[in-house]
Design a binder for this molecule. Structure first.
Ligand code: GRF
Length: 203
C-alpha cells in the first residue's frame, strides 16, 4: 500500500513508521513525506531514508481549502492510497476528510474519547487519572472522534511532569502507530460506510 506521512516537526512518529515500512513483512511503502513547515527535522529523517519530501507551507495559502487542495494534488501525484498524520498540526477541511475517508489515520496522545484536543497529556495530568495512553484512529470530520484502530495504555506516575508523561506516551505512540498502519495497509482492518471498524476474519 502506497503511504504518505504528513508531519509538522520532529517526526519521531514518522521515524517509527519508516522503520516499520522497511520490514520485509510490511504491507506499507512510504512514498512521500509532506510537511506544512519547512526545515523541520522530520524532513531530514525522510531524506535520510531515501523518501521523497514536499513542503506545503500553510502560511502561503489564503484559505484552508487552498492548502488542503495542494496537499491533495501531491497525494494524487504520488498515487497515495493511505495517509498517516504523524504530529501534523493542521485541522483538515471536511471536503478533504470526506474524500480520504477510511484512508486517513491520526495519532492522538490520550485514550480517546478522553482528553480530546490540544495538550491531551497535560489534561490527563490535571484530571489526576492513573492511566492514560495514545490512540490511532481514522480521521473524521469531528476532531479526535473517528473510529479507533489501536490504543496503548500508559501509567501516570506520581513523579510525572508533563514532560516525563509526554515522553512515555510518545514511546507508546511509536508502537501503536506502526501496528495500526500494518492493520490498515494489509486490509485486516477497514472503515465501513457506517463509520465502524471491521476486522477481516481469518477463518
Ligand atoms: C507527539 O507528541 C504526538 O502525540 C503528536 O505530535 C507530537 C509530535 O510527534 N501527535 P512527532 O515527534 O513529530 O512524531
Amino acid at each position: 500500500t502506497r503511504v504518505a506521512v504528513l508531519i509538522s516537526g520532529t517526526g519521531t512518529n514518522l521515524q517509527a513508521l519508516i522503520e516499520q515500512a522497511k520490514r520485509p513483512c510490511s504491507s506499507a511503502e512510504i512514498v512521500v513525506v509532506i510537511s506544512n513547515r519547512p526545515g523541520v527535522q522530520g524532513l531530514k529523517r525522510a531524506s535520510l531514508a531515501g523518501i521523497q519530501t514536499r513542503v506545503v507551507d500553510h502560511k502561503l495559502y489564503g484559505s484552508r481549502a487552498e492548502f488542503d487542495g495542494t496537499i491533495d494534488r501531491v497525494l494524487e501525484e504520488f498515487r497515495v492510497e493511505l495517509v498517516c498524520l504523524a504530529g501534523f498540526m493542521r485541522i483538515l477541511t471536511g471536503t478533504f476528510v470526506k474524500k480520504w475517508n477510511g484512508k486517513l489515520l491520526n495519532i492522538h496522545p490520550s485514550l480517546l474519547p478522553s482528553f480530546k484536543g490540544v495538550n491531551a497529556q497535560k489534561q490527563a495530568l490535571q484530571a489526576g487519572v492513573r492511566v492514560t495512553g495514545c490512540t490511532v484512529h481514522f480521521v473524521a470530520e469531528e476532531v479526535d472522534a473517528g473510529a479507533i484502530i489501536a490504543q496503548e495504555a500508559v501509567s501516570v506516575l506520581g513523579s510525572d511532569t508533563e514532560e516525563s508523561l509526554c515522553d512515555r506516551i510518545r514511546e507508546a505512540e511509536h508502537r501503536a502507530f506502526p501496528a495500526a498502519l500494518e492493520l490498515v495497509a494489509s486490509g485486516t482492518v477497514r472503515l465501513q460506510e457506517d463509520g465502524h471498524i471491521t476486522w477481516k476474519s481469518n477463518s
